[in-house]
Structures are given as C-alpha cells and as structure tokens.
Design a protein around this ligand. Structure first.
Ligand code: NAD
Length: 541
C-alpha cells in the first residue's frame, strides 16, 4: 500500500435466507438445481489459469441418486502436480508483491459474487454434490463462505495494523510476509465453505496454493473456481488438482519449496500427513506450517435442571442435520434419569416427523450420506448395535442404498458408557445416549471428558448456574467450541471461531485472525534515523 491507510468495509455476517414457500430464493435454487441436474458438467484441472483436460476421468453422481450422472472430472498424474507446483512458484513472484488492497479487492468481490449472481448456483451445486438441504447449503456454501471471505479481509488488516513501539530515533515496523515457497490445501467433502476458504485465506495473505479437493466435492469445487476466476484471482495463484490423494500428496510433500499444509478432514489422514512432513523435514527450505482441523465425537450433556424439550431439540438438530456429517455433530448424549422419559418422548416424537429423501423436495430434513464407503461403515455399526446386549436402538436403525445412500436418523441407547459408538466417529445420522443417575453428575462430567480422543465441540444444557460452572470447568479441555444451552453445531464466522484440540486438530480457529497468522512469516524492520559513528559507549570513558 503506497498512498493511503485504506479502510476495508466493516465485515457483517451474510443474512441467511429462509427458502420458505413462495420465496424468490426457493424458486431460484430449485430452478438452478433442475437445470444443473439435467446437464453434464466437465471439470478440468486448473493449472496456471488453464483448464487442463487430462482424459483420465471419473464420473460424479449425487449421493441421493447414485445412478444418475451429473458430470465427469479429470484427474491428475504426477507431472500435472509438478506443473501446479512450478506454476504456483512462478506466480508467487508477482502475487506476493501485489499491494494487499488488490488481494482484498479480489476476495471481497468473490464474496459479493456468491451473495448475488452465484448464490443459487453454488447452493444448488452443494445440494447435488453433497446432498445438503437448501437450508444446509445456504448456511454453508453461501453464508459461511461469504463470511469467511469478508471477515478474513478485515482480520488481515487488523494483523497488518499490529505494529511494535518505536522511538524518536528508530522506527520499528513489522511486515507480514507470505510464506516462502508454496502452500497446500487439502479439503473435506462436507463444507463447500471450508473447501473454498482453505485455499482462499492462504492466497489472501499473499501465498500461492496447490489445492486438492475431496473427490466427493469436485462438483461444487468447480463453482468455487468459476467464482475465483471471475473475481480476478490471477493465473497460478490457486491451482487445483483432482485425483489420487496419496500420489498428489507424495508429490507435493516431496518438494523442497513446500511451506504449509492447510488441512481439514479426518484425524487419521492428518496424522499421516504430519508424519510424512516430519520424515521429509530435512528436505524443506523452511519449516512448514501445519494446520489441521480434524474429527470429532461431540457431546451433549444435560443436567437434571435442563428443559427436556430444549435438550431434545438440541439432539435432533445437532445430531441429524446434514445427516450428522458435520465435524461438530452431536453423536453422544448424557441424560439424567429424572428427565430421560420426557426427553425420550420429545425425541421420538420429533424423529417420527422427520422426512428423508432428495434435497430437491424441501420438506425433507434428512437426505443421503456422502458415499457408499460411508454408508457401509455406518450400517455396520447399526448392525453391530442390533446384535449387542449392551444397547437398544430406540429410533431408526433402517438403511437403504438402492437409489441413494439413505440412513434413518438413529438413536442408540446404551447401558455401557464406553460402548464403541460413544467414542468412535461414525460421521452419520446416529447418536448414542447414555442415561446416568442424577446424583452422578460430577462423575459423568469426567466420563464425558475421558471417553473419546477428540475435543471439538460439546454442549451443556442446564438452568442451574452452579451446574453450568461445574461443566465449564470439568470440560475445559474436552471441546474447543463449548455451548451452553445450545446445540454444538452451527458456528458462525466472526462470532464463534471454530476448532478443537486433542485429536480434533491444531485449533487454529478457522474464521479468526489466529488462523491467518499461520500463513505469514513476520519480518521485523528497524530503521535507525541517525546511525552512531563511534563504537565506544560512555561507560568506557
Ligand atoms: P477425509 O479425511 O476422508 O478426506 C479429507 C481430504 O483428505 C480429502 O481431500 C481426501 O481426498 C484427502 N485424503 C484422504 N486420504 C488421504 C491420504 N491418504 N493422503 C492425502 N490426502 C488424503 O475426510 P472427509 O470424509 O472428506 O471429511 C470428513 C472428516 O473431516 C471427518 O472426520 C470430520 O470430522 C472432519 N472435518 C473436520 C472439521 C473441523 O473443522 N474440525 C471440519 C470438517 C470436517
């Protein structure tokens, strides 16, 4: 910035549209959905701004209708990945030196494109690719993505404004340099907003990126690239490669110029990547930054003072929205014996009213899980529960993959607080409930803390401030995002920065300045106005 201390627009959260019957947004999203559903999309690789069609293709199908093909995408071989790295490093020469207001302008423009002309398209793409309902697509692909882009621009300027003290004879300045080399974004299937944000926030801070989306999110990743392109992200700044994750990752991590990993996905994969980076550490020119947000086994604990209806609603929304495929989804609940009959009755009543099917029918609350592997895994846990003497399935338990990967919202009641589904992340519409004796509240808090390796989100429902305080203290390390009298999902950028510790990730809080700080390497500059001319200090006289 040469000629002014520019102020960026004050970031505001994008308002969530209702999609109520008769609304314009409902008409627009359904119309986009229909058109896209009947068309065939061809998704290339994006290297140096060019659309690369390798000829090695995979088909794309909606999880709720797996025999219907909505397009193909091209997959990379090792040479393409090497080209993506080389072109990123070339683009860095200009991108890293572009004044920040231009980077801000590009990503603010991307936010407005999503808010306006691309809103129906990116939501429809997310409904088709990831089987989100219109509401779930809206809060993810439109609103959260817009919020990431707007707030990150504001956070960037706050970081830049953070400067050290100076004196009359010396001026101290910090410049927040992009990392030297290129960065690598590896993104999950479940949030279009995360897929877009991971590469975008690194690019915003002046970095160049190789981005590998999930195979199950390519369809909506294409819309993200269309938006970035229209917003003016220059060629080579964000390069996208699809295909074999192991080959792509091996190629990226063996480059001496690799300087940072921005990962969101499962815990096992992240730990493997961390290990691989460790093994290669002597080859890198700089210590790579490693940021990973990973799995969860998120809890709801109710105290005897809680309102049963609120607890039941928290469970239904927290566990079953988007088929339980949010990293923050409630998947274990601890309910006191005294209120369990009432909570159970509300829960079963709600579940009985839930409709399941294609997201095109807006009365459906639950749609399909992402792919066959996930379906089979969840079904196997349901089957095991049906056989176990320690648990009862009190709601759901049915599944059917003949047309789409549909699994009924399922509640498992366990008499064993260590039963497998109390600690393993299933990533589906299944919650396990353990009923405890009211007087064992403190013991149960310990159980919540110690049952799983994860520490992402969790919630306490209570009207008793002492009980809330006890839970807040006892669960201090059990969740990076802790909710009082609310479901553990639905973090909003700029309001609840998101991330967990333990096996849930490095807790660098997506949607905050803390995350952006990981993508810069500060340089301290001290400028002395009148330099000394004599080495001797007065005390030497
Ligand atoms: P995943 O781990 O299967 O895939 C994530 C990414 O890693 C994808 O791009 C995938 O292709 C890639 N990948 C998979 N195997 C790889 C390998 N061997 N080497 C290199 N890359 C590999 O996760 P998913 O199914 O896409 O997403 C669900 C997971 O993500 C859940 O565990 C969920 O809790 C987690 N998640 C966490 C957060 C968070 O903020 N903590 C947010 C969203 C999702």
């Amino acid at each position: 910035m040469g000629k002014g201390f520019f102020k960026v627009p004050v970031a505001k959260n994008e308002a969530v549209l209702s999609y109520a019957p008769g609304s314009t947004e409902r008409k627009n999203v359904l119309s986009a959905y229909k058109t896209m559903y009947q068309s065939k999309l061809e998704v290339p690789l994006y290297i140096n701004g060019k659309h690369i069609k390798t000829g090695a293709t995979q088909t794309m199908s909606p999880p709720h209708d797996h025999q219907h093909i909505v397009g193909t995408y091209h997959t990379a071989n090792q040479t393409h990945v090497e080209q993506a790295i080389a072109t990123a490093l070339e683009a860095r020469k200009t991108w890293a030196n572009l004044p920040w207001e231009h980077r801000a302008g590009i990503f603010l423009r991307a936010a407005e494109l999503i808010a306006g002309p691309y809103r129906a398209k990116i939501n429809a793409a997310t409904m088709i690719a990831q089987s989100k309902t219109a509401h779930q697509a809206e809060i993810d692909a439109a609103c959260e993505f817009i919020d990431f882009l707007r707030f990150n621009v504001q956070f960037m300027t706050e970081i830049y404004a953070d400067q050290p003290q100076s004196t009359n004879d010396a001026w101290n300045r910090i410049e927040y340099r992009p990392l030297e080399g290129f960065t690598y974004a590896v993104t999950p299937f479940n949030f279009t907003a995360i897929a877009g944000n991971l590469p975008a926030c690194m690019a915003l801070m002046g970095n160049v990126v190789v981005w590998k989306p999930s195979d199950s999110q390519v369809y909506s990743a294409k819309v993200i690239m269309d938006i970035f392109n229209e917003a003016g992200v220059p060629p080579g700044v964000i390069n996208v490669v699809f295909g074999d994750p192991v080959m792509i990752t091996n190629t990226v991590l063996s480059s001496p110029d690799f300087s940072g990993l921005h990962f969101t996905g499962s815990t096992f994969v992240f730990k493997e990547l961390w290990k691989q980076i460790g093994t290669n550490i002597h080859n890198y020119k700089t210590y790579p930054r490693i940021v990973g947000e990973t799995g969860g086994k998120d809890f709801i604990i109710a105290h005897q003072s809680a309102y049963s209806k609120q607890v039941a609603t928290g469970i239904v929304r927290g566990a079953f929205e988007f088929q339980g495929q949010k990293c923050s989804a409630a998947s274990r609940a601890y309910i006191p014996k005294s209120i369990w009959p009432e909570v159970k009755s509300y829960l079963l009543e709600d579940i009985a009213s839930i409709q399941m099917g294609s997201p095109e029918d807006l009365s459906n609350f639950v749609t399909a899980v992402i792919h066959e592997g996930s379906f089979d895994k969840i079904a196997s846990y349901i089957d095991a529960a049906k056989e176990s003497s320690e648990v009862d399935i009190i709601a759901g338990g049915g599944y059917d993959k003949s047309k789409g990967y549909f699994i009924e919202p399922t509640v498992i009641l366990t008499s064993n607080p260590d039963y497998e589904t109390m600690s393993t992340e299933l990533f589906g519409p299944v919650i396990t409930v353990y009923v405890y004796n009211d007087e064992d509240y403190v013991e149960t808090l310990k159980l919540v803390d110690q049952t799983s390796e994860y520490a992402l989100t969790g919630a306490i429902f209570s009207t008793d401030r002492y009980a809330i305080d006890q839970a807040t203290k006892a669960l201090v390390n059990a969740a990076g995002n802790f909710y009082i009298n609310d479901k553990p999902t639905g973090a909003v950028v700029g309001q609840q920065p998101f991330g967990g510790a333990r096996a849930s990730g490095t807790n660098d809080k997506a949607g905050s300045a803390q995350n952006l700080l990981r993508w810069v390497s500060p340089r301290m500059i001290k400028e002395t106005f009148v330099s000394p001319k004599d080495y001797k200090y007065p005390f030497l006289d």
